[in-house]
Ligand binder design. Structure first.
Ligand code: ASP
Length: 326
């Protein structure tokens, strides 16, 4: 082959590779960012950091966790919905992805169409907790105090649509006593206020409360699950404690922006599945009172079906209550 012909061939090859779609080139070639739509130190953050570390090992790159809390998770979700769909910006969000579409009538992003689900991650139980010197030791005693002192008591949440908000609504409905609600950018900072004794009560995932309950830094009145938890065997279930309707688990899922290619979504889902089988992640999840979902639920199709069904489940509840965030 002449020198000229070889040069022409090389030029064609260079052009072809430049024109190849992004997914066909190797991914990733740089760090991936996962946005957590709540503050650092909270349960969504804890789950995300464990998943990010394990996915990073599989992807061979750093998976950076960035906290973008506020407005019940909608600020962080908006960042991802509007991000470039190149696989480098992802969202790890919880059940709020199913309540936001009904709770918020005006959003600067599409809360359903703006995302490509990658896979479910985990379903986390919740606990009703209180500051250490809250004047009750059982749920029955706590309910009596809430009914008596409802005007003086405060309840923390992570904004409208957050799991702590939904759990608080269930509680206040069950005991028929509204309390002053104090919103935070996530339950991480809210927990600091419970520990300092400035917030009376909060509902939060076991991924945030287990260690504080075990060390005696806060009180726990009930889990929101049908059975007691292996990580917290001494805490009664809501039904045992007398409030059977007070049940909620908080699922978490991973998302890419709308328009991310199916090949990239499949690669990310494969990596998520590897992460969810990581022994280190499984062991830490167990210490925090949760476990990864089964592999077949960590696929884009299964996650989409589950997510859409949950949106349909919450819509009549939210619309019936007429409680909108805006
Ligand atoms: N778990 C919190 C909530 O939904 C949010 C967080 O992770 O900080 O209330």
């Amino acid at each position: 082959m002449s020198r000229l012909a070889r040069r022409a061939l090389l030029a064609v090859a260079a052009l072809a590779s430049a024109a190849a779609p992004a997914w066909a080139q190797s991914f990733p070639t740089r760090p991936v960012t996962v946005i957590v739509p709540f503050a650092a130190g909270g349960p969504t953050d804890t789950v995300t950091r464990l998943v990010a570390e394990a996915m990073g090992r599989d992807l061979g790159t750093t998976v950076v966790v960035e906290n973008a809390g506020g407005a019940g998770g909608t600020i962080g979700a908006q960042r991802v919905a509007n991000a470039k769909p190149d696989g480098y910006t992802l969202l790890l969000h919880h059940i709020g992805m199913a309540t936001t579409p009904s709770l918020y009538r005006r959003l600067a992003y599409d809360p359903v169409g703006g995302f490509e689900p990658v896979g479910l991650v985990t379903e986390v139980p919740m606990t009703l907790v209180a500051k250490k010197d809250f004047p009750a030791n059982t749920l029955a005693e706590a309910i009596a105090v809430i009914r008596r002192d409802q005007e003086k008591l405060n309840y923390a949440n992570a904004g409208i649509g957050a799991a702590s908000h939904l759990c608080g609504l269930l509680l206040m409905k069950a005991v028929d006593a509204p309390m002053t609600t104090v919103p935070f950018r996530g339950t991480g900072p809210a927990m600091q206020e419970v520990l300092a004794g400035r917030i009376d009560l909060m509902c939060d995932q076991t991924t945030s409360t287990t260690e504080q309950i075990k060390s005696g830094a806060i009180k726990a009145f009930a889990t929101t699950t049908p059975a007691r938890l292996a990580a917290l065997p001494e805490v009664p279930t809501s039904a045992e404690a007398g409030l059977p309707e007070f049940q909620v688990t908080v699922w978490h899922g991973l998302y890419a922006p709308k328009g991310t290619s199916p090949e990239l979504v499949a690669r990310l889902s494969q990596s998520l599945q590897v992460a969810l089988r990581d022994p280190k992640l499984i062991a830490r999840f167990a210490e925090l009172g949760t476990e990864p979902v089964a592999a077949e639920r960590a696929t884009p199709a299964a996650h989409r079906a589950f997510w859409l069904a949950d949106i349909a489940k919450w819509k009549p509840i939210i619309q019936g209550a007429g409680q909108y965030a805006d």
